[in-house]
Ligand binder design. Structure first.
Ligand code: GCW
Length: 709
C-alpha cells in the first residue's frame, strides 16, 4: 500500500501542481493512430554528443504518454530515426523524402515516411530541438502523416536574463527564491537544474544569464566561477550556454585596481585575463550582459568614456574566445531634464557604427520601462550599423506579479509586429530582431525570467505560458500569439476542442484586460513606489522626478497625459516621419496611446462619443468586468485541469478581480480630484476615499531590490 501511496502522492503533488510544465508527458488518450508502433524501435545517431539526453527524453515520453519502453535499435529496423543530416545513408534517403529541405544551424526536419518518422538536423542541438518538437506534437494528438515540419531558428541568441542575486533573492521575482543554490554548488547539483535545461531546450532557448543586471562582482571570483562551471556543464548537453552579468567596477572591487576606466591598459588586461580564466573552466561561456551608468550602476561614463568605449573594451576581451557583450540601453539620468522616454535614443543613436561586431545592444520593448503598454522603443531600426536585440520582461513587475493571469506573448507580439518604417513600410521590429533589416549576423532576443523555486516554477500556473511563449517567439518572432496560446494549452492541460476554443481567446484577451484596469488609454508608470505593487498615481515624493507617477500622467484641472508630441517634449521626433505624424496629431493618435503622447482635456470627445473622463471610468470598468468574465469561464474548465491547479487559478482570479477593482477605484478617485466630475455610472462608486488608498502600505511585497544593492 505504501508504494502505491507514494506513487499516487508523488504523481498528485508533483505533476498536478505544475512542476511538469508543458511537457509532463501525461497519457495520450488517442494512440490508435500508430503511436505505439512509432515508439517501438528507436534509432538515435550514436555519433552525437547529446545522445543520452535525447534517449532519456524519448524514454520518459514513451513511458509517460504510452506506457511503453522503446527498444533502441539500428537505423535499418527503426520506426523512429533520429540522425544527423550528414549521416543519412542511401536507404534512409529512399525511405524519407529529404529533398529540398533547407536546414540551418540548430534547425530540424521532422519527416514522416514509409518507415514512420525521421528527425534530422545539421547539428546535435537541432536533433534535440526536433525531438522535443516531435514529442510536443504527439502530446497534442497530432496524426503521424501530418507531422512534417522543417523549422530553423530566426534568432541566434535566445536568452533568459535572470535578475537573480547571489543571496538567492530575485529582483522583481514572484515565484520564490532563485533556483541557483550557490551555497551548495559546485558539488550539489540539484536535479532541478537538469529540468530547467530540459524545459528551455524544449522551447529552443539556448542561452541563460545566471545573475542580476544590478551585478555583484563576486560571481567573477575563482570560487564562484567554479560554481558557474557546474551549471554550465549540466546545461551544455541541452545546447544552453551560460552568460554572466559583468559589474563594470569589478577590476576595482575584486582586482585591486584603482580605476575601471575602459581605456586604461591595466583595466583592459584585467578583463582579458578574467576572460581567459572563465574560458579555461567554461570553454563555451557565452559572454557578458552589462547594465552600466543606469540607476546607479557603475559604467564608462564615470570616466568620461562612452557606452561604446565601455562595451568595446569588454568585447575585445571576449573576442578571442568567441564571446559576446550584450550592453543594455536602459539608461536615463537624474541630471537630464529631457523627457525620460527620449534619453536612451539620444544617448545611443549618435554611437551607431562604433560598437564592435560582437556587441549586441539590448533594448527594452518600450522607451520607459516594461509598462502594461508602451509604444515600441524608437531605437529599433534607428541604428543600421549596430547589432540590436529586444529585451522583454517575462516576470510581471508591472503586470500583477504572479497573481494576475496575463498572457504576455500578446504584448511581445505587439512590439515585434510594430512597423518602424525605418526601411519603408513593413520594417517591423521582428526584422531588427532576426537581423534581416540590416543584415546583422549577430542577433538575439532576451526575456527577464519569471522562474523561481516555486513548485510550478513561475508562481502562477499560467505564467508558465509566458516563459513558453517567449521561447517560441525567440525561435520565430513572426509566430502569432494565438498559435502559441493554443499550443501551450493543449500541451499543458487538454487538447479537447471545447477547452481550446474557450481558453485560447480568453488567454489572448488578458493582456488588454490588464491594461484596461491598470493603465488605460496610454496612462503609464502610475504604480505604487518601490515594490511597484498596486496603484500609486499620487506618488510625487521620490528622490527623482522621473520616479514619480505625477511626472507621467501630469493630471491638472484642464486634463491628463504627457504631451510628447512636437508641441510637447517632441519624443515623437525620434520615430520615422510616418509614425511621428500619426502620433503627433491627437485625432490620429491611437486611443490606446493617447495619454502617452498628449495632454488631453477632461471633456475631450473620444471616438466612443464620451468625454475623456467618462471613457477613463468606462475603460477601467471594462477591465474589471473582463476579469469577472474570465473567472466565470474558468469555472467551466474544471474537468480539463488537475484539481490543485484548477483551485489555485480560481483563487488567484479572485485576487485579480479584487485588485482590478482596487486599481479602478484608487486611480479614478485620485484623478477625480482634478476633473471634478462625477464617476460614470457604469463604474459605480469606489468603496473608500482617496486617503484610504494612499494609506495602504506593503512593507513585505515580494520582489523588491534588497537594501544592499
Ligand atoms: O524596471 C526596473 C526595475 C528594476 C530593474 C531595472 C532594470 C534590475 O524596477 O528592478 O533593475 O528596471 O531593468 O535594470
Amino acid at each position: 500500500m505504501i508504494a502505491l501511496f507514494l506513487v499516487i502522492s508523488k504523481g498528485f503533488c508533483m505533476q498536478d501542481q505544475g512542476y511538469g510544465l508543458w511537457f509532463d508527458y501525461r497519457p495520450v488518450t488517442e494512440n490508435t493512430i500508430g503511436y505505439t508502433t512509432l515508439f517501438q524501435q528507436v534509432h538515435i545517431d550514436p555519433e552525437i554528443s547529446n545522445k543520452a539526453v535525447i534517449q532519456n527524453e524519448i524514454e520518459l515520453a514513451a513511458f509517460g504518454m504510452l506506457s511503453i519502453q522503446p527498444e533502441m535499435t539500428e537505423a535499418s529496423s527503426a520506426t523512429l530515426t533520429i540522425i544527423r543530416y550528414d549521416r543519412l545513408n542511401k536507404e534512409l534517403l529512399q525511405a524519407f523524402d529529404v529533398n529540398n529541405i533547407s536546414l540551418k544551424p540548430e534547425g530540424f526536419a521532422i519527416l514522416p515516411g514509409s518507415r514512420t518518422v525521421l528527425i534530422t538536423a545539421l547539428d546535435d542541438a537541432g536533433l534535440l530541438y526536433g525531438t522535443y518538437r516531435f514529442l510536443q506534437r504527439i502530446q497534442s494528438g497530432a496524426i503521424i502523416k501530418n507531422l512534417k515540419e522543417i523549422s530553423n531558428p530566426k534568432v541566434k541568441v535566445r536568452i533568459l536574463n535572470h535578475w537573480d542575486n547571489l543571496d538567492r533573492t530575485v529582483e522583481r521575482g514572484y515565484a520564490g527564491s532563485s533556483i541557483w543554490n550557490w551555497h551548495k554548488l559546485p558539488e550539489y547539483k540539484d536535479p532541478r537544474y537538469t529540468d530547467y535545461a530540459r524545459a528551455n531546450a524544449s522551447i529552443g532557448i539556448n542561452s541563460t544569464v545566471l545573475t542580476n543586471v544590478n551585478a555583484n562582482a563576486l560571481v567573477l571570483t575563482p570560487d564562484w566561477i567554479k560554481k558557474v562551471k557546474a551549471l554550465a556543464d549540466i546545461f551544455r548537453p541541452y545546447g544552453i550556454r551560460v552568460y554572466l552579468t559583468a559589474r563594470f567596477s569589478a577590476p576595482m572591487e575584486i582586482g585591486n585596481l584603482q580605476t575601471a576606466d575602459p581605456l586604461d591598459p591595466a583595466v583592459k588586461k584585467w578583463w582579458a585575463d578574467k576572460c581567459d580564466e572563465l574560458y579555461k573552466l567554461i570553454p563555451d561561456f557565452g559572454g557578458f550582459l552589462v547594465k552600466a551608468n543606469s540607476e546607479g550602476q557603475p559604467g564608462p561614463q564615470n570616466y568620461g568614456r562612452t557606452h561604446a568605449e565601455g562595451a568595446n573594451m569588454l568585447a575585445d576581451a571576449l573576442a578571442p574566445h568567441g564571446g559576446i557583450v550584450m550592453w543594455r540601453a536602459f539608461v536615463y539620468s537624474e541630471h537630464d531634464r529631457d523627457d525620460r522616454a527620449k534619453q536612451a535614443f539620444s544617448e545611443f543613436v549618435p554611437l551607431d557604427g562604433t560598437f564592435r561586431k560582437n556587441v549586441l545592444l539590448q533594448v527594452k520593448n518600450g522607451p520607459i520601462d516594461f509598462q502594461p503598454r508602451e509604444p515600441f522603443h524608437p531605437m529599433f531600426g534607428a541604428m543600421p550599423k549596430t547589432n540590436m536585440m529586444p529585451e522583454f520582461q517575462i516576470t510581471q513587475e508591472y503586470l500583477g506579479f504572479s497573481t494576475h493571469l496575463v498572457f504576455l506573448p500578446k504584448l511581445f507580439e505587439e512590439t515585434l509586429d510594430a512597423d518602424t518604417y525605418r526601411q519603408g513600410s513593413g520594417s517591423t521590429v521582428s526584422k531588427v530582431t532576426d537581423g534581416s533589416m540590416f543584415g546583422n549576423a549577430l542577433t538575439g532576443m532576451a526575456g527577464v525570467s519569471n522562474i523561481g523555486s516555486d513548485i510550478n516554477w513561475t508562481g502562477h500556473p499560467f505564467a508558465q505560458a509566458n516563459w513558453y511563449g517567449f521561447g517560441r517567439l525567440a525561435w520565430d518572432p513572426y509566430l502569432d500569439s494565438a498559435t502559441i496560446a493554443r499550443e501551450w494549452l493543449a500541451l499543458t492541460y487538454s487538447q479537447e476542442p471545447a477547452f481550446l476554443d474557450a481558453m485560447t481567446p480568453a488567454l489572448l484577451q488578458t493582456r488588454e484586460t490588464v491594461v484596461k484596469y491598470m493603465t488605460p488609454l496610454g496612462l503609464h508608470h502610475i504604480m505604487n513606489a518601490g515594490h511597484h505593487y498596486g496603484p500609486g498615481p499620487w506618488i510625487d515624493q521620490m528622490s527623482r522626478d522621473d520616479w514619480n507617477s505625477v511626472y507621467y500622467h501630469k493630471a491638472d484641472s484642464t486634463g491628463l497625459g504627457f504631451d510628447r508630441s512636437s508641441k510637447g517634449s517632441n519624443a515623437t521626433s525620434q520615430y520615422a516621419q510616418e509614425i511621428a505624424s500619426l502620433y503627433n496629431d491627437i485625432k490620429t493618435c491611437p486611443e490606446e496611446l493617447l495619454l502617452w503622447f498628449h495632454h488631453v482635456p477632461w471633456n475631450y470627445k473620444m471616438k466612443n462619443g464620451e468625454t475623456l473622463w467618462n471613457s477613463l471610468g468606462i475603460t477601467y470598468q471594462e477591465g474589471v468586468d473582463e476579469v469577472a468574465n474570465l473567472n466565470k469561464l474558468w469555472q467551466d474548465q474544471k474537468k480539463y485541469v488537475p484539481e490543485p491547479e484548477f483551485n489555485e487559478v480560481s483563487m488567484l482570479l479572485e485576487i485579480q478581480y479584487k485588485e482590478a477593482c482596487w486599481w479602478r477605484d484608487a486611480c479614478m478617485t485620485y484623478f477625480q480630484k482634478f476633473s471634478h466630475r462625477p464617476f460614470p455610472e457604469v463604474m459605480g462608486t469606489p468603496e473608500h476615499d482617496l486617503n484610504y488608498y494612499k494609506s495602504l502600505e506593503f512593507p513585505y511585497a515580494p520582489g523588491i531590490r534588497p537594501k544592499w544593492n
